[in-house]
Design a protein around this ligand. Structure first.
Ligand code: ATP
Length: 262
């Protein structure tokens, strides 16, 4: 579905992504792992249009999407989750979800004056959709809570929920598990699995928690020093000599991550 071909992203003389090539199959939950500084987030940001590549090509179902800005990719159903922006933290969880879909009639002055009924209808539909998303994520009880006041894990669920307000086809998740307790991490994992199975979402997941990767992801792609080192099941990746070397080369802390998945 998505093909990344010989992608480079340089910051001055530093090659954060250094000729990465990979495929993300439609319908998969693909894991992206690698030691700190491997270039995973930079790769994500280039694919998702947040950063423009130095060179290389990204295609989505054969269409060249290299360097397209996030809003153009958004319309194609390719989304990257973002932390809830500071300015939205005083809005409720439900309002945060209702903000997402573009092209609401209420955006134009004409409609504000002459299309009140249409706006009211849209708002009702949006509210119902937001409530459905909150229920799917098992956080209906947080609908009227301010987004800035819910826990870190609940915020991650809300970020995932934002992708459900539009017709997402492929979602990039960067470290959804960071700082999240086990119970909530399981809820996030369940939501990802259900979105994948029941709604056909494709996911690409950057994560250091190997239990999480093992439970959800097949295949797993391992990056190091801006390149793709190996691809396979997590068991295959863990047994790969080059992968072990790469984790060892960046210190014991990383090696422990590969083995224990903390
Ligand atoms: N805007 C930037 N300017 C300069 N260097 C950058 C920039 N963004 C990232 N880098 C560097 O590129 C390298 C890759 O960073 P990146 O965040 O992509 O790695 P990562 O694999 O996601 O790491 P981690 O697992 O620690 O999040 C790092 O050495 C980082 O310091």
């Amino acid at each position: 579905m998505i093909v990344v071909d010989d992608l480079h992203k340089h910051f001055g003389g530093f090659h954060a992504v250094d000729g990465a090539s990979l495929r993300i199959e439609k319908g998969s939950i693909t894991g992206l792992i690698g030691p700190n500084g491997a270039g995973k987030t930079t790769l994500f940001n280039v694919i998702a249009g947040v950063l423009s590549p130095t060179s290389g090509r990204v295609t989505m179902e054969g269409e060249d999407i290299t360097g397209l800005p996030p809003h153009a990719l958004f319309h194609k159903g390719l989304l990257r989750t973002f932390q809830i922006a500071h300015e939205f933290s005083s809005m409720t969880c439900r309002e945060n979800l209702m903000m997402v879909p573009p092209g609401q009639s209420g955006e134009t002055l004409w409609n504000t004056w002459f299309g009140r009924k249409r706006i009211a209808d849209e708002e009702r539909a949006l509210r119902a959709k937001a409530d459905e998303v909150l229920e799917f994520l098992t956080i209906s009880h947080l609908a009227d809570h301010k987004a800035g006041q819910v826990s870190g894990g609940q915020k991650k669920l809300l970020e995932l929920g934002r992708t459900m307000m539009v017709d997402a086809r492929i979602v990039f998740l960067d470290e959804v598990g960071a700082g999240v307790n086990r119970t909530l991490l399981n809820t996030i994992g369940d939501a990802i699995q259900r979105l994948n199975r029941e709604r056909g979402y494709t996911f690409v997941v950057i994560e250091h928690d190997m239990d999480f990767i093992e439970r959800l992801c097949d295949p797993v792609i391992c990056m190091a020093e801006g390149k793709v080192l190996a691809e396979g099941t997590l068991a295959e990746i863990k047994a790969n000599e080059e992968v072990i070397e790469a984790y060892l080369g960046t210190g014991l802390k990383n090696k422990d991550k590969l083995e224990a998945g903390a």
